[in-house]
Design a protein around this ligand. Sequence first.
Ligand code: MRU
Length: 353
Amino acid sequence: MSRNEHVKTIEWTGGAVRLVDQTRLPGELVFKDISDHRELADSIRRLEVRGAPAIGVAGAMGMALAAAKSNAPSMDELRSDIRAAAELLTSTRPTAVNLRWAIDRSLHVADDDSIRNEDELRRRLIDEALAIYEEDRELSRMIGRHGADLLSDGDSVLTHCNAGGLATAEYGTALAIIYTAAEEGKRIHVYADETRPLLQGARLTTWELMQHGIDVTLLCDSAAASVMARGWVNEVIVGADRIARNGDVANKIGTFPLALAAHRHGIPFYVAAPYSTLDPTLSDGAEIPIEERSADEITTIGGFRLAPDDVKVFNPAFDVTPAELITAIITDLGVFRFPYGPSLLAKNSPSDA
Ligand code: MRU
């Protein structure tokens, strides 16, 4: 991979999904071929493929796999296999709404009664998955273009988790803004939070930015406020897993304290996400389901025990940042500021839901 080439996080190879196994990074760049939707569901659960937009693409590809591999002898039975696959795939990650959004798009296609036979239905689900993949690539570029104007030459941006090319079909959301600014000739430095407990910042964001020659410094999460207090951060930019109608944002656990610290220091706090991350069905963040993951993600690291065997653990994977702490939400449609009106939801309005 050359310096400016973006790794193909996920792609359809015709009969299989090829994805970067992100649990192996930064040690090794390993591609994995998956031809069964149940195996893909496990892969999403294990975070081999992760990041809200990327798991949306994976979900749609999983639907295409389920249809391709089903031997159902009739349209009714094929549709029933597809609905079962939708249920399994949707259950893998409850917070990132892009997954449900993409699977619902595939289900909508599957229910089209102008489809004449099983082969046409299988073909249409592949086409839909490819359309979602291509659209996601385009959305990332648009987010990058809208957000880059907010950055100045010489800025230092703090980010959390990984909202880069590895979290999307290509290029990213928060990191797309940094890539675009850099392509425009701005010198941007990034502080990457390590992002406990699964270290997406340390393992993935630093790797990805270094591949592209972006100057990056790794911080442990608890250093973020001190770095802000020293005056070293010009902007905070993070991604999102789900955004409610009022602009409350669910993102990787640790995002909310960053927004509080940024507010205390008068630092702009931006959220970057495609329209597919907006959930028009939820009025505010209290309604966003928060995924809780297993205790051993906190009590062990690389098989090594960090805490007593029977310790009680609370491991929410996401938190909700209230809209009033967010300076702006940058989507493929532009830059939106609090309080948010219907224009934020223009492509994903409640009537389309
Ligand atoms: O648990 P993960 O690694 O899937 O969490 C990812 C994040 O929280 C990202 O910030 C979010 O999905 C935005 S990705 C462009």
